[in-house]
Design a protein around this ligand. Structure first.
Ligand SMILES: [Zn+2]
Length: 258
């Protein structure tokens, strides 16, 4: 089994040190490229240099955000292989659509596809043996922006206790002890969920007010990301019947006891 990481040069508040492009190969020289990243010459040249002499079989994306997918179609064309992903996105068109529970064979190595909506609707994780490529579902060292909190928590719980031994994220370093990491993610999210509910009970009526109260311990550069997460928590709190949102979502109050 060949697993190599190539770091793209796009560091930032949302991407940590940059996007991890992963080469996943078998013993016979076949290789797939996971998340080739943004269109950037030096990074593309490094990918091409590292797959030279191997037999490429596909370019795969975990999801279609701009730090993961834009290079996928051009690179697939250049290598003469299909592009794989769950759904089309703003700068990505899959040649092969990957559904939950499907597989991609890289010679002797089999990638199992796990649909993990939450960070984005189209997000996939890929499992080889007990190793999981997590994309932005679980990141090494920076917090995940969540679009749909209910789905996100479900997608985390689905991975728990599934016999994983190692996580290879879309950003940051590899992680050992996946169950401990996933339990931390779940606990962190549920803690934020309760903090946001408490902020509303204490009188907060807008997302910026909640961000001020709940993300006081977080670098203000990350507050826009915090605001997105707060919105996702609010939707889930409303679904749970714990708060009432007004039509525009700008005002909120604890639900009246029924
Ligand atoms: Zn990302």
């Amino acid at each position: 089994m060949r697993i190599e990481r190539i770091l793209a040069n796009n560091p930032g508040p949302y991407t940590g040190p940059g996007t991890n492009t992963w080469l996943i190969g078998d013993e016979t020289g076949r290789v797939a490229v996971l998340d080739p990243g943004p269109i950037e010459d030096a990074h593309t040249n490094e990918i091409l240099r590292r797959v030279a002499g191997s037999q490429p079989v596909g370019v795969i994306v975990t999801h279609t955000h701009p730090d993961h997918a834009p290079m996928a179609n051009p690179l697939a064309r250049e290598l003469g292989v299909p592009a794989y992903g769950h759904a089309p996105g703003p700068s990505f068109e899959p040649d092969v659509v990957l559904a939950d529970d499907s597989t991609v064979d890289i010679g002797d190595a089999r990638l199992e596809v796990i649909h993990t909506p939450g960070h984005s609707d189209d997000h996939l994780c890929f499992r080889v043996g007990s190793v999981l490529f997590t994309g932005d579902h679980i990141m090494g060292g920076s917090s995940v922006m969540v679009e749909d909190m209910g789905s996100y928590l479900q997608s985390l719980r689905r991975l728990l206790g599934s016999g994983l031994t190692r996580l290879h994220p879309g950003h940051g370093e590899e992680m050992e002890d996946p169950d401990r990491v996933i339990e931390w993610y779940l606990a962190h999210r549920l803690q934020r969920h309760e903090q946001i509910y408490e902020a509303i009970r204490a009188g907060a009526t807008s997302t910026p007010e909640i961000v001020e109260m709940v993300y006081a311990d977080v670098d203000s550069a990350l507050h826009p990301l915090g605001a997105r997460s707060v919105e996702a928590h609010l939707v889930l709190l409303a679904e749970q019947g714990r708060i009432a949102l007004s039509g525009d979502g700008a005002r909120m109050a604890p639900a009246e006891p029924s």
